[in-house]
Design a protein around this ligand. Structure first.
Ligand code: NAD
Length: 423
């Protein structure tokens, strides 16, 4: 682990930030304070110890979490993060945002999230598999197709989802396709799932461009993070003719004001595992990337990259939150004053959970759709959510974030009221 990676990306407590956002939504949308009190808490948080036999013969005990924020609208859904900086409060905040995201998209899910404190980059394949299978065993009574359905997040991918699927299925004695999404196609994954988060971001950018009488190919974009979300977003935007001026991974970024050769960047990353040394581009740090001149800045890595310290130096006029929670509430206020439009996480990166929903439905029905069908249905849902958020933003004279969270919280509050408080 490099020194740069050793310092946590979390400058403020993310769960406190998420709760403060919720209280503000409650005020702006006049939601019953009793409901806000219920929604400020997570329904369940499980903490587990995960002993793993390491390749050198030693045993490491890792810590893991699985948190369900709310199930008023259906089973809970949310990714699993493998990262050294994972904390319980981070997982709780991500679980809460998942509740809002699923509600905004109109999906029959509540919100959840999981995490294991580990550095997957330093684990061998065998260690990663043993860690994943033991973690799955420790939370096996908490997950399931009707209960809580995990998916990939930072540091996890289709291979990890396949191990979760297999471990759960082995214990049940039959294949349970609906237990996890983001699976490889060979074991019941959905066409279009891998790039779905980025595709949803693209649809939001296209919708916004339409509102402003612009086309996507007129925009320049800087993208932070070159994993599932960032790399696919770079590829899709490049394909639409946008100028991608900068991309980065955890070790830093590369910048060319005339445009990065995105296919070359993808190949370079694939071959060398890093973006450093990409031809025809100058090196920039992840901090510098936030402040580069461009039309759209798309943070697609971790939380809290735009804060009150750098918000006034952001040059982009649009921020597209591919990541969850990359802009802090205090930065939000500064950006709003400066007229920077933020496409909020619960809208801009919801494509992933939408196609995860499709994967879950296909798995339950054991009937799989064509990729064009998946993308068309994804477009319907994301474009509708964008229009609803846009209309709410105008109606309440507020930001896109407040509008998106407001619509979502209203929907969850309504489901809670309709069901009634048990007992
Ligand atoms: P990933 O692990 O595939 O990629 C993460 C990328 O961020 C990598 O390129 C990594 O090098 C980079 N990174 C890590 N630490 C960094 C740092 N300190 N500074 C800059 N870059 C850093 O993860 P992902 O699935 O692409 O997720 C990225 C973000 O998108 C997360 O916030 C995640 O919660 C969110 N998200 C993901 C999905 C999904 O479907 N995968 C869906 C919705 C939201």
């Amino acid at each position: 682990m490099s020194t740069a990676e050793a310092a946590s990306h979390l400058r403020e407590n993310p769960f406190e930030l998420a709760r403060a956002q919720l209280r503000k939504v409650g005020e702006v949308f006049a939601i019953d304070p009793n409901l806000i009190r219920i929604l400020s808490q997570c329904k369940k948080a499980v903490e587990v110890s995960i002993p793993v036999s390491m390749d050198d013969g030693s045993i490491e005990a890792f810590n893991g979490y699985r948190v369900t924020h709310n199930i008023a609208r259906g089973p809970s859904k949310g990714g699993i993060r493998y990262h050294p900086d994972v904390t319980l409060d981070e997982v709780k905040s991500l679980a809460m945002w998942m509740t809002w995201k699923c509600a905004l998209m109109g999906l029959p899910f509540g919100g959840a999230k999981g995490g294991v404190i580990c550095n997957p980059k330093t684990l061998s394949m065998g260690e990663l598999e043993r860690l994943t299978r033991r973690y799955t065993s420790e939370i096996i009574n908490d997950i399931g197709p009707e209960r809580d359905i995990p998916a990939p997040d930072v540091g996890t991918d289709g291979r990890v989802m396949a191990w979760i699927f297999d471990t759960y299925s082995m214990n049940k004695g039959h294949s349970v396709l609906g237990v996890v999404t983001g699976k490889p196609l060979s074991v019941g994954g959905s066409l279009g799932r891998e790039e779905a988060t980025a595709r949803g971001s693209l649809y939001c950018i296209q919708s916004l461009a339409g509102k402003r009488g612009m086309r996507v190919d007129e925009y320049s974009v800087a993208i932070q993070g070159f994993g599932n979300v960032g790399a696919h977003l770079a590829r899709l935007l490049h394909g639409e003719g946008a100028k991608v001026v900068a991309v980065s991974d955890s070790r830093g970024g590369v910048y060319n004001p005339k445009g990065i050769d995105v296919p070359a960047a993808l190949a370079h990353k694939q071959e060398r595992g890093t973006l450093a040394g990409l031809a025809n581009a100058e090196a920039v740090t992840n901090d510098e990337l936030v402040e580069l001149p461009c039309d759209i800045f798309a943070p697609c890595a971790l939380e809290q990259v735009v804060t009150e310290e750098n918000a006034d130096r952001v040059k982009a006029q649009i921020i597209c939150e591919g990541a969850n929670g990359p802009v802090t509430p205090s930065a939000d206020a500064i950006l709003e004053d400066r007229g920077v439009l933020v496409l909020p996480d619960v809208l801009a990166n919801a494509g992933g959970v939408v196609v995860s929903y499709f994967e879950w439905v296909q798995g339950l029905q054991e009937y799989f759709w064509r990729e064009e069908e998946v993308n068309a249905k994804l477009h319907d849902i994301v474009a509708r959510a964008f229009e609803e958020t846009w209309a709410a933003q105008e109606r309440y004279a507020t930001s896109m974030r407040m509008a998106a969270y407001g619509l979502a919280v209203q929907r969850v509050a309504e489901a809670t009221t309709t069901r009634g408080l048990y007992p």
